[in-house]
Design a protein around this ligand. Structure first.
Ligand SMILES: NC(=O)c1ccc[n+]([C@@H]2O[C@H](COP(=O)([O-])OP(=O)(O)OC[C@H]3O[C@@H](n4cnc5c(N)ncnc54)[C@H](O)[C@@H]3O)[C@@H](O)[C@H]2O)c1
Length: 302
């Protein structure tokens, strides 16, 4: 499906990105395997994750080169694009998989925890997409696959930073998809569910969370890759601006938020009229808050 194509996969040294890089190479793409190699909170550097994935791809007969730059700096993503052009002569696909976590309740969250998440997730998506977009426009072809999360789409406790960035990625995806539609460039996002070190870092304080974590172990990160490979292929020409979910062997499409019900009051509302009338009309459409104590066990998609 990807014969002759060249891809950059960010965060491809571990987890979901590793599965994507390997399947892309198996399907004929030449891959720049980017990974900074830090801890799951984004500290430190290590070349070995990206190098190992490149070695595995080569051992399977594929073509790949490692890259160790951070997606959080525009300079780094520019180097990735230049490396793809130098090594493989073109670039067709970018996959924005790189990510970290800095989970804390807002009342304990330092400015650094906020900034690090914004820089890697939202900043990373901007930096790599911006570094590649003019090339895609000039060649009238490109595929961009982004990574969102239900932590942004439906919410989670302890992730105001991550949730804000991940829903921001939905906005980024929709806006860029509209800008690119006439240039044969598609931009889609995936909200994945997979047992990686990121998920393994979630603290287990009760039996219910332990049970959910046990079930999560069945969700191997490799399950995410087929949807990404499809979206990266020429076959996915008409698929643009969509938000997909992949959870094990299940694939899904998310709705985009639109008004569910509206009520109008000539001349405007007083606060009392909102209380006594408007809110009663809107209340049947309220969304549930997940992971509140009385609603466990939960399905984050309900
Ligand atoms: N695992 C899940 O269930 C889940 C759920 C929702 C969203 N996601 C998203 O999927 C993506 C992949 O997550 P994962 O679970 O595979 O995590 P992971 O920690 O296994 O892999 C992420 C990789 O990104 C790399 N990385 C981090 N910061 C980087 C930077 N600045 N530059 C380059 N590389 C960097 C890390 O070194 C790591 O190898 C992330 O965007 C994550 O937010 C994952």
């Amino acid at each position: 499906m990807l014969e002759g194509r060249v891809a950059i996969v960010s965060g491809a040294g571990r987890g979901i990105g590793r599965g994507i890089a390997k399947l892309m190479a198996a399907k004929g793409a030449k891959v720049v395997v980017n990974d900074l190699g830090g801890s799951f909170v984004g500290e430190g550097k290590d070349k070995s994750p990206a190098e190992e994935v490149v070695a595995e791809i080569k051992a399977d007969g594929g073509q790949a080169v490692p890259n160790f730059d951070s997606v959080s700096a525009f300079e780094g993503t520019t180097k990735m694009v230049n490396q793809a052009l130098k090594e493989f002569g073109r670039l067709d696909i970018i996959v924005n998989t790189a990510g970290i976590l800095r989970d804390k309740m807002l009342h304990k969250m330092d400015p650094n925890d906020w900034k690090a998440i914004m820089d890697v997730h939202l900043g990373g998506h901007y930096n790599l997409s911006r570094a590649a977009i003019n090339l895609f426009r000039e060649q009238d072809y490109g595929r961009i696959i982004n990574f969102s999360s239900t932590s942004g789409i439906t919410g989670n406790i302890g992730q105001t930073n991550y949730g804000a960035a991940k829903l921001g990625i939905v906005g980024f995806t929709r806006n860029l998809a509209m800008e690119c539609a006439r240039k044969n460039i598609t931009v889609n996002a995936i909200a994945p569910f997979a047992y990686t070190r990121m998920v393994a870092s979630i603290p287990i304080n009760d039996p219910e969370t332990e049970a959910v974590m046990e079930a999560m172990k069945l969700l191997k990160p490799e399950y995410i890759a087929p949807m990404v490979v499809y979206l990266a292929s020429e076959d996915a020409k008409g698929v643009n601006g969509q938000i997909f979910g992949v959870r094990g062997a299940e694939v899904m499409i998310f709705s985009v938020m639109r008004p569910l019900r509206s009520v109008h009051h000539g001349g405007g509302w007083t606060p009392e009229e909102v209380r006594d009338s408007a809110i009663k009309a809107l209340a049947p459409h309220f969304s549930r808050l997940m992971r509140t104590e009385d609603e466990f066990p939960y399905d984050p998609l309900v």
